[in-house]
Design a protein around this ligand. Structure first.
Ligand SMILES: Cc1cc2nc3c(=O)[nH]c(=O)nc-3n(C[C@H](O)[C@H](O)[C@H](O)COP(=O)(O)O)c2cc1C
Length: 220
């Protein structure tokens, strides 16, 4: 697959077919993704790849905590985005709610949607990305690169992904479930699976600010 085609066709998939992704395909995705660049080839990343009963357990634990609206305590604190990022974030939420027919005051439907997110949108598989605690911020930059590379490699196999901060909101529970040592910080999660083509939410494509808003040209 052409790399530009893969970049353009990737989007956050928020509804999946139940079919599990085979270990073989996930291995191919990860082999490709591990070619991602990192500071001095430090490769400051580790992955828990989840399927089967382990996935069911993960979804149940996080879904239950989300339904109870238990306070989130991610290893990397959730940001309080200032303007203009706050407005972009609000716009995304409003667009998804509108598409899903969830009104502003329907708190029950909003909670149902929220719980679905913590259940990895019912994806059959997940990837939890973690690293050693106490590393520089550059380690996280490396992880951003490998995560996008996973997302793009997945497209090649007909897979969809969602990058999920939600998925690492209760890190102690996840460390315990998968025997991840205390010395590791959970950075992000991905839902991964075959997109449900019928799902309305998968018709959604997020906006981007115009190129001229974020790009300044010099010497042209
Ligand atoms: C660091 C990071 C955290 C994210 N966390 C979530 C999340 O918790 N829930 C969710 O539905 N999407 C999450 N996303 C997906 C973004 O909302 C999505 O990438 C953005 O809206 C752009 O849309 P697109 O991926 O469809 O192009 C996250 C993305 C990134 C990069």
């Amino acid at each position: 697959m052409d790399v530009i085609e893969a970049i353009k066709s990737r989007y956050s998939v928020r509804a999946y077919k139940p079919d599990p992704v085979s270990k073989e395909v996930l291995t191919q995705v990860m082999r490709a993704a591990l070619r991602a660049p990192s500071w001095a080839n430090t490769q400051t990343w580790e992955f828990a790849i989840i399927g089967g009963d382990a996935m069911k357990e993960l979804k149940d634990i996080l879904g239950t905590k989300a339904a109870a609206q238990d306070e989130r305590y991610p290893d990397i604190p959730r940001p309080d985005w200032p303007s203009p990022y706050r407005e972009r974030r609000r716009e995304l939420g409003a667009q998804i709610y509108q598409l899903m027919g969830i009104s502003r005051d329907d708190t029950e439907a909003q909670l149902r949607w929220f719980v679905q997110m913590y259940r990895f949108f019912e994806a059959p598989n997940a990837i939890i990305v973690y690293t050693d605690k106490g590393l520089s911020e550059w380690a996280l930059l490396n992880i951003g690169l490998v995560i996008q590379t996973i997302a793009l490699a997945a497209v090649n196999y007909g897979l969809g992904t969602t990058i999920l901060a939600a998925g690492v909101s209760y890190p102690d529970e996840i460390r315990k479930l998968f025997n991840i040592p205390e010395s590791k910080q959970l950075v992000l999660a991905l839902a991964i699976g075959y997109p449900d083509p019928e799902a309305r939410v998968n018709k959604f494509r997020s906006n981007r600010v115009p190129l001229d808003t974020v790009v300044t040209w010099y010497g042209f």
